[in-house]
Design a protein around this ligand. Structure first.
Ligand code: DOR
Ligand code: ZN
Ligand code: ZN
Length: 424
């Protein structure tokens, strides 16, 4: 197959050229004449990115298939331009053993859309008491470990986890939250928590755990990754740690660089997320962190929920935003059109960096690399309509928002996975 005439996003710039996919790999770049019988995909006017990678999603299967399952989540991923996703272990049962990890892999293979890489739990049942079967999960295909949804409260246990994980070549992806400080808080503590009367939680609840994970990483000499950074002070902790050589990487999500806690003033439960949306000062610091490299990558923290979990009183609503189908357009619009990142820098944040952090294939459009590619029309303008989501989770605070940049083709191992067969 040849992608003909697209603007290809390379590491250091963009270049108008054709891309040949053969046997699941990128076989050639340049001006290419199609061989007899070779499929040609017209990419004139389109932009060819390295296949997007989302290192932080919730697929909900097993256990919460009413919110999402591996098939619906995979469809949402490829619709959003993602060729590879990594799924968090807070399922039921928890992915804390090789059986659940291999179950997820086999369900994803049956779905046959994007690559799905399971993330194992750090502790058994995410209960924070005993380490999970780390080696067995690695052998079954886990690409990282995380307690996402919470932190491992016990610092000694976390240090042990990091040492075991590192022995097996796995990284801990840290959701940073001091539960004793959050103490039932549902939004950021500030003007809007006061205005609404909703219980707030402090930046310190996040920052204390970011600082602890940095300290453990530094003392042990083991790399660590910080999930969904939302505070200006957290960005600064990571910036300073990196400056003195700590092996820390970090992600943020589109909602943290686009929205503030003003979004909860109307009690919109779709804006209830953990960590909470914060203030303009935080949003600007997250943007600066992306720009200066403090924040390595963009993940969605795709957290689909059923309407029954969201159409309830704010305090009772579930935390989370369904993000797979809006992340690319939101990021392109806010960051590239907004003048924060170039196109190659966006590709770095949404593809190359997550590949590097988790040692995955892909992440670059170069000869010999796996043919995971995302083709987008950057001139397309569209309105976010949750009713049209492939995800079962329609929960997005971006509903009705106008965005630029639409995914036209998602290609995995040289095969077009989106548009879906039935739509072609
Ligand atoms: O908003 C969130 N939703 N934050 C988390 O940490 C967990 C996630 C979920 O699983 O719904
Ligand atoms: Zn989390
Ligand atoms: Zn998460």
């Amino acid at each position: 197959m040849i992608l003909k005439g697209g603007e290809v996003v390379l590491r250091d710039g963009t270049r108008r050229c054709d891309v040949r996919c053969e046997n699941g790999r990128i076989a050639a770049l340049g001006e290419l004449a199609p061989a007899r019988g070779e499929r040609v995909v017209d990419c004139a006017g389109l932009t060819v990115f390295p296949g997007l990678i989302d290192m932080h999603v919730h697929l909900r299967e097993p256990g919460f298939e009413r919110k999402e399952d591996i098939l619906s989540g995979s469809r949402a991923a490829v619709k959003g331009g993602f060729t590879q996703i990594c799924c968090m272990p807070n399922t039921k049962p928890v992915a804390d053993n090789k059986v659940v990890v291999s179950y997820i892999k086999s369900r994803a293979e049956a779905a046959g859309l994007c690559k799905v890489h399971p993330i194992g739990a750090i502790t058994e049942g995410q209960a924070g008491k005993n380490l999970a079967a780390i080696g067995a999960m690695k052998a079954a295909g886990a690409v990282a470990l995380s307690e996402d949804g919470k932190s491992v409260a016990d610092s000694g246990l976390m240090a042990n986890a990091m040492m075991y994980a590192s022995d097996f070549g796995l990284k801990c992806l840290c959701h940073c939250e001091d539960a004793s400080l959050v103490d039932g808080g549902v939004v950021h503590e500030g003007y809007y928590s006061t205005l609404t009367g909703l219980k707030g939680s402090l930046r310190a609840a996040e920052d204390i755990l970011i600082a602890r994970e940095i300290c453990l990483s530094e003392s042990l000499g083991i790399p660590v990754h910080i999930c969904h950074v939302s505070t200006y002070s957290g960005v600064q902790l990571i910036r300073e740690a990196k400056a003195r050589g700590v092996q820390v990487t970090a992600e943020t999500c589109p909602h943290y660089f686009i929205l503030t806690d003003a979004a909860i003033a109307s009690f919109d439960t779709d804006a209830k997320v953990n960590p909470p949306l914060r203030e303009e000062r935080d949003r600007l610091a997250v943007l600066e962190g992306l720009r200066d490299g403090t924040i390595d990558c963009i993940a969605t923290d795709h957290a689909p929920h059923h309407a029954d979990d969201k159409r309830v009183e704010f305090n009772d609503a579930a935390f989370g935003i369904s993000g797979l189908e809006t992340a690319f357009a939101l990021s392109y619009t806010a960051l590239v059109k907004g003048g924060v990142l170039t196109l190659p820098a966006l590709a770095e944040k949404m593809s190359a960096a997550p590949a590097r952090i988790l040692s995955l294939e892909g992440g670059a459009v170069v000869e010999g690399e796996r043919a995971h590619l995302t083709v987008a029309d950057l001139s397309a303008v569209w309105k976010v309509d949750p009713a049209s989501f492939a995800s079962k989770g329609k929960n997005t605070p971006f509903k009705g928002r106008e965005v630029c940049g639409a995914v036209r083709y998602t290609i995995v191992d040289g095969e077009i996975k989106y548009p879906f067969g039935e739509e072609v």
